[in-house]
Design a protein around this ligand. Structure first.
Ligand code: BG6
Length: 507
């Protein structure tokens, strides 16, 4: 594998185009190629990699799906998907280059015999494009179809090249199913051939969390229970469930966002410094955090479901009135919890987490709230003017980091006001931030699993979720509480904070 680092070019660096080396020649086989993820995320990501010269010269894409369409129709569909979803201007020549190595084959992989024509098509494409038998299998398919496809792909004759498997979320729907899927996959592939997706890990701002913590000397000494009062992590969405009712009714906010994205953000915030920035070292540290998480008491968890309301100026309907949602559905569209990490660094410092659909606005943030000053030497009208410092990590949108400081308002006497010290990506770097999937596909082709989750990590995440879900049944609190669409969630979530004299951030 070529892992040579390119010369550091300042312009390319500022434009966000510095690549980690070029991957080996390879073929990407996408299962579920005509699906939504492929159209909205995967093809636009491949296109952006092509524009930035990050794909190998010998590269091909084989789409596999149920729909019976020709190569030409598939290419045309993918072209319009790229035109619609690309973050970069559409360039005809780049697209033509990518499309020339793109084929499609319709197959039902439940049927063992279907594997034959797919491997024939794959070998023909490999021979035509000189991809040397290196294969990435991207499973953008529903969980129910996973085992069939993995079972089938595992039997395909080795070619002398490497093979890697990218498995989309959700990875199982509880601990038992995740274990079963892990066992099934690991009987056929080795752990270092398996790349489990949590696309939040591919976001630039999430990767920057480690750099912020471990490349700046000022944070580590105060990053602990002595100086931090609490941490708030918010994954708020203004969208509803769109056309995903069937999926969401079975999933809910706890499985859809808390089990993966929220817990990953928590682990990256709380983990110990890894000895080096390699996949296993970082994943070991994250697993330690998951193992130290206390199971929350039932009054430390809130689940809500949106009613009707007004979101960003538009009237919206209740969850139960969404198409294909049961009128008596008890699926939660909001989840909040107070979590405690039982270790020396964090004992006594709670982590409040929340996620939900149809909230006031789209916002993912991590707020580190420091303890307040022990004594104020100023004569002020009100001590309320002096708020504790907050380090706010804006994961999205308005990507950046800000720190609140208390400053003296100019003039006679002492009046204090909170001001912000900001770092915004848009102001410091010239390029748009790459999409998470660009980084993830590229990393997999380079054989770097640092931004993917390991089997034990996923199982630890489910262990906590299963315990929380079991307590809902034990305590009979099966029904979520209602909240207005367009609000910040149920009042019970406010109470969760207020009983300890804290409040969710509002600005
Ligand atoms: C997905 C969830 O994993 O993440 C969706 O299944 C959610 O329900 C999405 O909308 C949010 O991702 P992003 O990148 O838009 O924050």
């Amino acid at each position: 594998m070529s892992a040579d680092k390119p010369e550091l070019d300042e312009d390319a660096l500022l434009a966000g185009l510095v690549g980690p080396g070029t991957p080996d020649p390879s073929t990407l086989v996408i299962f579920g190629a005509s699906g939504d993820l492929s159209r909205r995320k995967l093809l636009p990501a491949l296109y952006a990699l092509a524009v930035n010269g990050l794909l190998p010269d010998a590269f091909a894409v084989l789409g596999v799906g149920r729909k019976a369409i020709s190569n030409e129709a598939f290419q045309a569909e993918m072209r319009s998907a790229v035109e619609e979803h690309t973050r970069l201007p559409f360039d005809e020549a780049t697209w033509e280059g990518l499309a020339s190595g793109m084929r499609y084959i319709a197959a039902e992989l439940e049927d063992e015999a279907a594997g034959g024509p797919v491997t024939d098509a794959l070998r023909a494409l490999e021979a035509e494009h000189g991809t040397q038998g290196n294969r990435v299998f991207y499973l953008a398919i529903p969980p129910a179809a996973m085992e069939n496809v993995v079972g089938s792909v595992a039997t395909w004759r080795p070619t002398g090249g490497w093979r890697r498997l990218i498995v989309e979320k959700p990875f199982g729907h509880d601990l038992a199913s995740a274990r079963q899927l892990n066992a099934f996959i690991l009987e056929r592939f080795s752990e270092d051939e398996v790349y489990r997706i949590d696309h939040y890990l591919g976001k630039e701002t999430v990767q920057n969390l480690a750099v912020l913590r471990f490349a700046n000397g000022i944070f580590e000494p105060v990053w602990n229970r002595q100086f931090i009062d609490h941490v708030q992590i918010t994954v708020a969405e203004s969208i509803g469930i769109g056309s995903r009712a069937a999926f969401y009714e079975e999933t809910g906010a706890t499985r859809d966002i808390f089990q993966n994205h929220l817990l990953q953000l928590l682990a990256l915030t709380a983990m110990e410094p890894a000895a080096d920035f390699t996949a296993d070292a970082v994943r070991n540290e994250k697993v330690k955090v998951f193992k130290s998480l206390e199971r929350p008491a039932s009054d430390e968890v809130v689940r809500g479901q949106y009613g009707p309301g007004v979101v960003e100026g538009v009237e919206t309907i209740a969850y139960r009135d969404e198409e294909a949602v049961a009128q008596d559905s008890t699926t939660e569209t909001y989840f909040a919890a107070e979590l405690h990490i039982d270790n020396w660094r964090w004992a006594g410092t709670p982590f409040f987490v929340r996620c939900g659909k149809r909230l006031a606005r789209r916002e993912t943030t991590i707020a580190i709230q420091f303890k307040n000053v022990p004594h104020l030497p100023f004569a002020l009208d009100s001590d309320d003017d002096v708020r504790p410092n907050v380090l706010l990590i804006h994961i999205q949108p308005d990507e950046g980091v800000s720190m609140t400081l208390n400053a003296k308002v100019p003039g006679h006497g002492v009046t204090i006001r909170t001001v912000n010290m900001d770092f915004a990506y848009g102001g410091s770097f010239r390029a748009d931030l790459p999409e998470a999937y660009e980084r993830l596909i590229l990393d997999c082709m380079l054989g770097d699993a640092i931004l993917f989750t390991r089997a034990d990590e996923v199982e630890e995440q489910w262990t906590l979720v299963d315990a929380i879900r079991a307590s809902w049944t034990e305590t009979g609190s099966a029904d979520p509480v209602a909240y207005d669409a367009g609000s910040w969630g149920p009042s019970e979530a406010e109470d969760l904070m207020q009983r300890e004299g804290r409040a969710w951030r509002r600005d």
